[in-house]
Design a protein around this ligand. Structure first.
Ligand SMILES: [Zn+2]
Length: 327
């Protein structure tokens, strides 16, 4: 079917305390993996499960506007599951205009690096342009940092090699004070939404972009306070790194401190209706590729490696969709 509007997926999910997966695609294989995962789960549940496929300016730089958006549009047209196409982390109005021309059905304008009033001014402008075309706007406040802001490459390699509970202890020590400053303030979130008219809000609530594994708890107390003030769907960024469930926390031996919660808590209680997953899919793709190559280093057929990589991404997407469906 043709692309669906992002609102048509997110508003019903928000009302029901559920979430829609927003998965980043950088090539044909990842796009297929996301859609096949949604198709398989729709079949299992006996009802269509929609997905948001995201293209970031980085993906546009890699593939070009036409192919980055075109692959998703073609794949969406060939499936019965609803697919929305979101522009992820745009920082310039020109990117937004281009996305509208290309038929994106939602956009994220990320003015979070700007002072609040400037973020409001530009986001409001984006909202005017997009709403004139019926396209909803996600906006961002507070700062969602990258793990690389705190650790060097070799430190990250070390953190990846040790037990998750120990890694979390070290990350807490180094980031805690900074994260407290970066998270969105509930009163700012309310003021921002009232003055911009944005449709969805990515408010920083303690997650970190680019984590390699799902080990990091979020600030559930803060998220609930924001939800109560803004009453629009909230968006989780950096979700690849967020601990998924309390059970996972126990299994991995990661303690939840006062006010902290998991991704499932954020969906059930915190108004998170859109969950962005990028890094986890990228890591799954690379793992799948390497696994096949290690098993047969003389392989000359690229597709044999791509096939396994695609399967690994599909399985990862299914894990997330099942989690959002409460399974
Ligand atoms: Zn993000």
């Amino acid at each position: 079917m043709p692309l669906v509007n992002g609102k048509d997926l997110l508003l019903p999910a928000f009302k029901e305390g559920k979430a829609v997966g927003a998965f980043n695609a950088n090539n044909m294989e990842m796009t297929q993996a996301i859609i096949w995962a949604a198709e398989e789960i729709s079949k299992e549940l006996g009802e269509p499960v929609g997905v948001i496929i995201q293209v970031s300016p980085g993906a546009v730089k890699y593939a070009g506007w036409s192919l980055a958006a075109g692959i998703v549009k073609i794949a969406a047209a060939e499936t019965d599951v609803p697919v929305a196409l979101n522009l992820d982390h745009a920082t310039e109005i020109e990117q937004i205009k281009r996305a509208l021309e290309m038929g994106f059905t939602s956009v994220l304008f990320d003015g979070s690096s700007l002072p609040l009033e400037e973020n409001i001014r530009l986001t409001k402008k984006v909202v005017e342009i997009c709403h004139a075309r019926g396209v909803p706007v996600e906006a961002e406040i507070g700062k969602i940092p990258r793990i690389e802001d705190y650790f060097t490459e070799s430190e990250i390699a070390y953190l990846r090699s040790i037990p998750p509970a120990e890694a979390v202890r070290i990350i807490r020590e180094r980031t805690r004070k900074s994260l407290d400053d970066l998270v969105a303030k509930p009163e700012d979130a309310e003021y921002f939404v009232r003055n911009t008219g944005c449709d969805f809000l990515a408010a920083a609530f303690g997650s970190i972009h680019g984590m390699w594994d799902d080990i990091w708890p979020i600030r559930l107390d803060l998220l609930i306070a924001i939800k109560e003030r803004v009453r629009i769907p909230l968006v989780s960024h950096g979700s690849s790194g967020i601990l998924r469930t309390k059970k996972d926390a126990e299994r991995k031996g990661i303690p939840l401190l006062e006010g902290e919660g998991t991704l499932l808590d954020a969906i059930k209680f915190g108004g998170v209706a859109k969950v962005n997953v990028a890094t986890a899919l990228s890591v799954a793709f690379i793992d799948g590729f390497i696994e096949t190559w290690r098993a047969n280093p003389s392989e000359k057929d690229f597709r044999k490696l791509g096939e396994n990589a695609r399967n690994k991404v599909k399985e990862k997407v299914k894990e997330y969709i099942n989690l959002f469906a409460g399974k």
